[in-house]
Design a binder for this molecule. Structure first.
Ligand code: SF4
Length: 346
């Protein structure tokens, strides 16, 4: 097996809680035993609800937060310590696009200076080469020359995210980590920015880690998708296959909830309840309080992420035993014992 561009092995990120409701020494496992591979030029989507650990995974991958356990390997080598010269060199090749473009930009700098700044910081090229590269990038992201001397507050949300994208691409990175890059934009603009990201990623051969709560958007840009729930990966597979044949009940609910032509609202499998508090993780399978097909074992045994073949990994006792039973076919006795009912109580 070749060395992937990025590899994450058994990653964990635990936040120690010493105040308020939490006793000293209580640990919240925001990310728990996450392993991922990203090949050069490939796209991996990470999807999950708020609190699933997807954004924390992205920050740890970039070295913006230290892992509590596990490894992040870039081209087969461990990520250097945050702030070290080696880490800075790696970071130049791994760029991030955040949800809020206004927050990511310096309000005091005009567009051209913002996009050029990484080249100035890393002393890449001479002044003329830097200006030429800025012009090329602004054109590539669909911004006209008329915006180069404008300030972020003078631009629309879509234009700002294009500036952020140009700035991220200016150092010719190998990896883009996109954390909810379109969720702050108007729906009408979202599709334009997603298409632009997708086109540039394919054209420039950049690997992309695309993080979003929106499965439809993730599917549009990802060859492969990892689904996270309460800090763990519960399912991973090729995007189209996962969408057509979700195995884990949580993935099924996400796919079912995503608008799709021809699917009636009444036919959707709606997810019940809210994600549990990460500081009070349910025993066994942490999805069991919301799972419509949970069995007694789910309350006590944590399911391992099992390779089901066909490039599909699933963490579910029922799926790994041969398939999920549709909720309508769950025997009444099993349905009664489902702890999902308990969870809906306050
Ligand atoms: Fe549902 Fe049990 Fe599978 Fe968890 S392990 S998803 S609770 S059936």
């Amino acid at each position: 097996m070749t060395t992937p561009l990025l590899e994450v092995r058994s990653l964990a990120r635990v936040y120690e809680m010493n105040r308020g409701l939490f006793a000293k020494g209580t640990g919240v496992r925001a990310v728990d035993d996450v392993s991922l591979r990203l090949e050069r030029g490939d796209t991996l989507g990470i999807v999950g609800e708020s609190g699933s650990g997807k954004s924390t995974t992205g920050r740890v991958v970039l070295g913006l937060e230290p892992p509590s356990a596990g490894d992040v390997l870039f081209e087969g080598r461990p990520m250097a310590a945050h702030g070290s010269p080696e880490w800075r060199r790696s970071r130049m090749r791994m760029q991030m696009i955040y949800q809020d473009p206004l927050g990511a930009l310096d309000r005091r700098l005009p567009v051209a200076a913002q996009v050029r700044e990484p080249l100035d910081i890393h002393r890449i090229g001479n002044a003329a080469e830097r200006d030429e590269r800025v012009g090329e990038l602004l054109q590539a992201v669909g911004l006209s020359a008329s915006v180069t001397q404008r300030y972020p507050h003078e631009l629309s949300g879509g234009q700002r995210q294009r500036v952020v994208l140009a700035r991220a691409l200016i150092t010719r990175p190998d990896i883009l980590v996109c954390d909810e890059p379109v969720s702050a934009l108007d729906v009408s603009i979202q599709a334009q920015v997603v298409n632009l990201l997708s086109d540039l990623q394919a054209e420039l051969g950049i690997a992309m880690l695309f993080i979003s709560h929106d499965l439809r958007v993730v599917r549009q840009v990802s060859r492969r998708i990892a689904v996270m729930y309460l800090g763990r990966i519960v399912e991973e597979g090729d995007a189209d296959d996962l969408f057509a044949r979700p195995e884990h009940p949580y993935t099924r609910a996400l796919v079912s909830a995503a608008p799709s032509p021809g699917r009636r609202i009444a036919d959707r499998e709606m997810l019940q309840g809210e994600p549990p508090n990460p500081a009070q993780r349910p025993s066994g399978c942490s999805f069991h309080p919301r799972c419509p097909v949970a069995i007694a074992r789910c309350r006590s045994d944590l399911p391992a992420l099992v390779d089901l073949g066909g490039n599909r990994l699933v963490a579910c006792h029922l799926a790994s035993a041969g398939g999920i039973v549709p909720p309508s076919m769950v025997p009444a006795s099993a349905a009664k014992s489902q702890p999902a009912m308990e969870a809906s109580a306050p």
